[in-house]
Design a protein around this ligand. Structure first.
Ligand code: CA
Length: 434
């Protein structure tokens, strides 16, 4: 990892924005995640979350100098792509200028006048996303899901060699809060001989960590694993909605297609790679007997620090729960520390054939399941394909997602000696099929 700790990670730093200093705030001054917001009646622009406010970065940049000022000017835009394309040095200098400008110690007049209450604005998709690739990096999920689709050979023989992925659709990615319609597709129940077409009966969520490529790479030139982290701008929560009945029928031999491409929801705030620097851990320890990664996927530094420890949770609220004002039910909690492959391995593998990375590309880790029943990242696993439904506090049962249900992801990092950082929320309501 090339990112080192600096004054922006100092847990003692406080902001003059009081809500950022509350112990349970997702957005303390040590976080400073980037997103895109639209004030009423105005053009969208890039902002940074601080407590319950947003800093309009281009406005704040009037008081910055050098590369930070240039980076702030790139934020007068409806997407993060212009800022991303300036590269890691610019991202870092802008973060430092914002951290100082928002601090109680220094404070900055240009930053003070650029604050907007978050409740007053609309949060949009943070980037123009050219490509979306979804990995399959949790060995626990791969084994659980494989067992249901292929009881005889749950884990394919390539799994421990190849960070498996498929190309999904960028066109149907929506920000948190955007409802979507239940997809229709071909379904073939096991007791029938031919498929029929209709609304999916087995709609599921997939709890994933997303990461955005900031720095592009050249076509024909693989990114070495030791350089992969420098290409990552930041991380988000990602729900890869999945129609399991459509998936079971269509996935062989080329993998998921229409079972996944109808909708993907991302959280609006992108937590930068630099903000997450304190939360790196050793990569997942491969059990004895597992093959070593091939040399292009192996790196001593990545083995020592390439893992990430981000706690993730899924909450569920049915329509009648929301009408009654009941709190959503937490249905699972897991951690990115259980991923078999690191993000650097995923990114290095992605470019290993010479395929280039584009500014704004989004990657998903795949469903993040842990070893225990309480740590499973999809309903497919939590309810054993619907056979053991979840029971809501009001007695309603859910094998899969029903119309009107809302799924909410939350995520945070916590570690002694550092400020707690949150990801905000990634939520959406499922509407009836068209
Ligand atoms: Ca997925």
């Amino acid at each position: 990892m090339t990112i080192t700790l600096n004054e922006t990670h100092d847990p003692a730093r406080r902001s003059f924005v009081d809500s950022a200093n509350l112990p349970d705030s997702d957005f303390p001054i040590q976080n400073l995640p980037f997103g895109v917001f639209r004030p009423p009646g105005q053009q969208p622009r890039v902002g940074v979350a601080i407590g319950d406010h947003i800093v309009d970065v281009a406005e704040a940049g009037a008081g910055f100098g050098g590369l930070a000022a240039e980076a702030a000017r790139a934020c007068r835009a409806p997407y993060l792509n212009y800022l991303m394309s300036l590269g890691p040095q610019a991202w870092s200098e802008l973060r430092l200028a914002l951290s100082r400008g928002l601090s109680a110690e220094y404070g900055g007049a240009s930053v003070r006048s650029a604050l907007v209450p978050m409740a007053d604005v609309e949060l949009l998709l943070p980037a123009a996303i050219p490509n979306f690739t979804d990995f399959f990096a949790s060995v626990f999920h791969a084994t659980n899901a494989g067992r249901m689709f292929r009881p005889d050979s749950p884990l394919m023989p390539n799994y421990k060699y190849v960070p498996v992925a498929y190309h999904s659709r960028a066109s149907s990615i929506r920000p948190s809060g955007a409802a979507f319609k239940r997809p229709c597709g071909q379904r073939k129940p096991p007791n029938e001989t031919v498929p029929n077409y209709g609304p999916s009966r087995n709609l599921d969520f997939e709890l994933e960590l997303g990461f955005y490529v900031g720095a592009p790479s050249e076509l024909g030139r693989p990114v070495p694993i030791g350089k992969a982290a420098e290409h990552i701008f930041g991380f988000c929560l990602l729900n890869d909605w999945s129609a399991r009945d459509v998936q079971a029928w269509e996935y062989q031999p080329l993998g998921p297609f229409l079972a996944k491409s109808f909708a993907t929801t991302v959280s609006p705030w992108v937590v930068t790679a630099e903000a997450l620097a304190p939360f790196h851990t050793a990569a997942f320890a491969r059990p004895e007997g597992d093959p070593a990664p091939l040399p292009y996927l192996d790196d001593a530094d990545d083995r020592a620090h390439g893992g990430l420890d981000i706690s993730l949770e899924v909450y569920m609220a049915t329509e009648s729960m929301r009408r009654a004002g009941s709190a959503p039910l937490r249905v699972t909690q897991t951690s990115t520390a259980w991923l078999y492959w690191t993000v650097a391995q995923m990114l290095a593998h992605h470019t290993s054939n010479g395929c280039n990375l584009a500014v704004g590309d989004l990657m998903g880790t795949g469903t993040i399941s842990g070893p225990e029943k309480a740590n499973l990242g999809s309903l497919l696993e939590l309810t054993l394909r619907g056979t053991e439904p979840l029971v809501m506090p009001n007695g309603e049962k859910r094998g899969f997602i029903e119309d009107g249900d809302e799924i909410i992801f939350r995520g945070f990092c916590a570690k002694p000696g550092f400020a707690r950082l949150g990801f905000g929320e990634c939520r959406a309501v499922v509407l009836p099929a068209a």
